[in-house]
Structure formats: structure tokens, C-alpha cells
Design a protein around this ligand. Structure first.
Ligand code: AMP
Ligand code: MG
Length: 531
């Protein structure tokens, strides 16, 4: 563990700010920012801000004494009201492809960076306030965030960390004490909502879109400067930048992205807005907006109402879209690499690595010893088809499947009762039930071949199949309670989600499948980008 400091003793080394070109213009008007990686901008003060929640563990990572998080001073600093003297605040300039189309300059429209803390172990944590007022990149929007979406980002990013999914983290969630106007479903029905600020943390927040923007403007010297900076600070093992090193770097980005997507597929996470401005250069899950968790298993499902027509970012499309996004990054760095073959090889490698990672992930989710190509390829595909045919809760299915005791199996009906709690309808269509039963019998035969004990298999499965995930309706309940003034459920969810793989006494309520009321409810099953 790193040494513990007070707020004033945190050590800042603001490398992004100090090493990369700054916008010489100092004003906060929405504008085109030329040839700069960022613009200096101060967060807006929120004198009425108050603490909603904080992450003890994230404070520890920074080397910050968690007791400090409960002080008024902490709220003043992380509401952006009184930044620390070593903080150098700015908004980053980046572009991106949104829903498959080049969108030009985007940038931190409602995020303001505070600088980088280096803890006693030498680890770098960039801190960023989301929702602390306008920046030159706010375009027509206000730069604020509302409590509902900030609760979702705060809880989910920390929960993902405990699920072992690469992600940005969250230090704190503050209520700004002010109201923000939002038209949640773009239907002309605006309402006032409480404003909030999340302090996010990551080694860096650089996205694919940072590189895309400068190349799109033919400012290749900046693309190169940014790449060299990224390699020096975040890929130092690659050595001094060269064409060869850029290729190795791109290959590593492909690998870390493949790993991130595999983890999403393992836990049933749907990002919802995989635009290239929301793809981290470190392969971290970033920008928790209209994300969602698969309840009934459906590869076509997207939580994002804005994407309901095209379903570009649906669960099952995430690997393909990640590859498409990587291709955009390859195009962006091509001018500094000048060798398309190497980039193409890395993209090909993504596909291979992802396929193997997916296979290994399924092997572990099913508690198998090894992947056996002759049987398991079909076994996995059949399972996925079955889960889709019958409304089945993905999380509960895997969690109950591990209760199977090989020696006690009598017939297929008995097998079906083991996974029964995962089905949304008590009476499954006879045809679908037969198919699942056939699959379960095949699975039992497959397990017999491995000869592993029930206990060992259960342990293996429970270590990769979470019991507690931030179900969409649970997040929504916590939001409604918070809007009514109680933060208790936020804190309780925060605690439960720290141990997603372990059954916790008295916490059944957080492991239940989606209730009927939540199926079509706004917030619980449908979300928009407007947050
Ligand atoms: P997102 O879909 O949240 O990743 O946002 C896409 C782009 O819109 C980013 O450049 C954001 O900074 C910007 N943006 C989103 N919401 C706001 C807002 N309320 N105020 C200013 N900019 C925003
Ligand atoms: Mg974004």
C-alpha cells in the first residue's frame, strides 16, 4: 500500500499539461481550438456542493487519507470550488467518430482535468471532474452533469474495477446543490434535475479521438508529439519512439482493447456509446453514459435509446465495433508509421486474440478444464443460442449452473430445475425447454470427461461469474432514492459491489433478476445520451 497523505501533501506532476501544446486563447467560449492538445479552463465554483459518496479504495490508491474525504475541504476541492494550488486545470481537445461518422472536434465539453497525482509507488493518476461547467468544447451544451447519470458513473466504474474489468475509477460523487435542465428523452419535456460532479481517475484519459483529430487536420507533428508522450509515460517498456515502436504500441492497444471487450462479454456489460472519443488508449472502460447490463440474454440489446434504430452498439456487436474503432486509430497514426502492413497485422491479431480470449472466457465460465475444439465450440454456440431463445437472466444462469452435482443428476427435468431461477417465464415453451435440456445433458457429459470435483468446478465458476452486478433497475432505484434525499442505497450498492463474486448474507435483494415493472421503465431499461 502507498503512504497516506493529507490533501495538501498530494504530489502532482502534471505531465499532459506541461508536455503538450496548450491553446494560447484563454476564454471559455465554445470554439474551434487549433493546434493544441488542451485549453486552460477553471472549474466553476459550487459553494453549496455536498458529498454524496466517495471511494475509500480510490483515495488509498492516490495515497490520500480516506478520512480527508469527509471534510468540507475535500468537497471544496473536488467540486472545483477551490482547487489545490498544485492543480493545473484544463479541458482536452479531441475528436471522434460518433455512430460511424466523423464528428470533428469534440473535446472535454463537461470534464475539467485537475492534474496528475503521483503516489508513493510512483503510480500516476490523472484526476478529472465531470460536470463542473462549460469549456471551449461544450458546443451547444452546458458543461454540467445530473445526479442520475453521475450516480450511474460513480457506482459502475468502481463496480467494474471489482469485477476485474479494466476501467477508469471514481474518487468522489458530489451534489452541486444546483439544478440543471434536461430533456431526458429529447421529446421536448425538459425538467430541472439536481446537478452533480464525479471525480474520475485514470493513468490518462487520452482517447483514440485525440489522435484522430490532429491527423484529420493534417497536423501530423502534433499526432506524433502526442504519440511520443503517450509511449514515454504509459508504455515506457517499449523504449524510445520509432516506427517500429509505434507498431508495437498499436499492437498493445489492440490487445488491451480485446481484453477489455472480452471482460465486457464475460460480465454482460453493454457500453452503449462506443464512439471513438469514448475509447481509451489504455483499453479502459471509459465514459459511463447510457450503458447497461444484460438481464435477459440478448446479443441485440442496447440500453441506448439513441441507438435503438441501428443497434450499432448492441451487446453482441461490441467486438466488431472495437475493431472498427481500432481501424480508425490505425488511420490516425498511419502518417507517423507509414507502413500499412504492420497496422493491418495488428488488426488481424485483434481478431485472433479476441477469438481465443472469448473461448478461454467461456471455458472458465462453464468450469471446464481446457478448451476441447471438437466438442466445446459447438457447446458454446448452442448455449448462446439457448440463452437467447428463452428469456434467461445471464448473470443468474451461470451462477446457478455451478450448483450442478454430477453424481446426483437423474434426468433432464431435474437438470432444468437447477437453472430455473434464471428464466424469466416459469413455463418455458416446450420446444425451447427440450433444447435447453439437451444442452444441459451434453454439458454434464462434457464435465464427466474432465473429471473435476463439483466443489472445484463451483469455485472456478464462481470466481468468474459474478452474482452481483449493477442491474439497471437497481441503479434506477438508488437514483430515485437519492433524488428524494436519501443516499443510503448508493452506499449499500457501493459496498455489495465490492465483492461481486461472493455471496453476501442478507444481500439477496441485490442479486434478484429484473422485476416486471422495470422492463419498460425509463432509466431502468431505456437511457439516452442526454445526461
Ligand atoms: P459523451 O457521449 O458523453 O461521450 O459526450 C460526447 C461529447 O459531448 C463530448 O465531447 C462531451 O464532452 C460532450 N458533452 C456531452 N454532454 C455535455 C454537456 N452537458 N455539456 C457539454 N458537453 C457535453
Ligand atoms: Mg465521451
Amino acid at each position: 500500500m502507498s503512504a497516506i497523505y493529507s490533501l495538501d501533501a498530494l504530489k502532482f506532476d502534471n505531465s499532459f499539461y506541461n508536455k503538450l501544446p496548450a491553446d494560447p486563447v484563454i476564454n471559455n467560449n465554445s470554439r474551434h481550438v487549433d493546434a493544441a492538445c488542451y485549453s486552460k479552463v477553471a472549474p466553476m465554483p459550487f459553494p453549496k456542493a455536498s458529498l454524496v459518496a466517495y471511494s475509500r479504495e480510490m483515495a488509498h490508491e492516490l495515497g490520500l487519507n480516506p478520512m480527508e474525504c469527509m471534510t468540507q475541504r475535500f468537497t471544496e476541492v473536488f467540486s472545483g470550488t477551490k482547487p489545490l494550488s498544485d492543480m493545473q486545470t484544463f479541458a482536452a481537445c479531441y475528436g471522434g467518430h460518433q455512430f460511424g461518422n466523423w464528428a470533428g472536434q469534440l473535446g472535454d465539453g463537461r470534464a475539467i482535468n485537475l492534474g496528475e497525482v503521483v503516489n508513493s509507488k510512483g503510480q500516476r493518476w490523472a484526476l478529472q471532474l465531470k460536470g463542473s461547467g462549460p469549456t471551449p468544447y461544450s458546443r451547444h451544451a452546458d458543461g454540467f452533469a445530473v445526479l442520475r447519470s453521475s450516480i450511474r458513473e460513480f457506482l459502475c466504474s468502481e463496480a467494474m474495477h471489482y469485477l476485474r474489468v479494466p476501467t477508469t475509477r471514481a474518487l468522489s460523487l458530489l451534489n452541486t446543490g444546483t439544478q440543471v435542465e434536461r430533456d431526458m428523452f429529447y421529446n421536448g419535456q425538459s425538467k430541472m434535475e439536481p446537478g452533480a460532479i464525479v471525480c474520475r481517475a485514470a493513468p490518462t484519459f487520452i482517447r483514440f479521438g485525440n489522435f484522430e483529430l490532429f491527423t484529420s487536420r493534417n497536423q501530423i507533428d502534433i499526432t506524433k508529439q502526442l504519440a511520443d508522450y503517450t509511449i514515454e509515460y504509459f508504455f515506457p517498456h517499449l523504449g524510445k519512439p520509432s516506427k517500429e515502436v509505434y507498431l508495437q504500441w498499436f499492437n498493445e492497444i489492440c490487445l488491451s482493447t480485446a481484453r477489455m471487450i472480452t471482460e465486457w462479454m464475460r460480465v454482460g456489460f453493454v457500453h452503449g456509446v462506443m464512439n471513438t472519443d469514448n475509447m481509451s488508449i489504455l483499453g479502459l472502460t471509459i465514459d459511463y453514459g447510457p450503458y447497461g447490463w444484460l438481464e435477459d440474454y440478448d446479443p441485440q440489446w442496447t440500453p441506448n435509446t439513441t441507438d435503438a434504430g441501428g443497434r450499432r452498439y448492441a451487446f453482441g456487436k461490441q467486438p466488431e465495433i472495437a475493431l472498427w474503432n481500432l481501424l480508425q486509430l490505425a488511420n490516425a497514426i498511419y502518417p507517423i508509421v507509414e507502413e500499412s502492413k504492420g497496422l493491418e497485422n495488428a488488426l488481424e491479431n485483434f481478431k485472433k486474440v479476441y477469438d481465443i480470449a472469448w473461448r478461454d472466457m467461456m471455458t472458465s465460465k462453464l468450469g471446464l478444464l481446457n478448451f476441447e475444439p471438437e466438442t466445446d465450440e459447438v457447446l458454446f454456440q448452442d448455449l448462446v443460442r439457448n440463452l437467447k431463445n428463452t428469456e434467461t437472466d445471464m448473470t443468474l444462469f451461470y451462477r446457478h449452473l455451478c450448483n450442478l452435482e454430477i453424481k446426483k443428476v437423474t434426468d433432464a427435468d431435474q437438470l432444468l430445475t437447477i437453472t430455473q431461477p434464471a428464466f424469466y417465464n416459469e413455463d418455458i415453451e416446450p420446444e425451447a425447454a427440450d433444447e435447453i435440456k439437451t444442452w444441459l445433458l451434453q454439458y454434464v457429459e462434457r464435465l464427466k470427461k474432465d473429471g473435476k470435483s463439483d466443489k472445484d468446478r463451483r469455485q472456478q465458476m464462481n470466481a468468474v461469474n459474478p452474482l452481483y452486478v449493477l442491474r439497471n433497475y437497481l441503479a434506477q432505484e438508488a437514483i430515485e432514492q437519492a433524488e428524494a434525499g436519501s443516499y443510503t442505497m448508493i452506499h449499500e450498492l457501493q459496498e455489495v459491489l465490492k465483492n461481486p463474486y461472493e455471496e453476501q448474507v442478507g444481500k439477496d435483494r441485490y442479486a434478484k433478476k429484473r422485476p416486471e415493472w422495470a422492463k419498460q421503465k425509463a432509466g431502468a431499461s431505456m437511457l439516452s445520451c442526454s445526461s
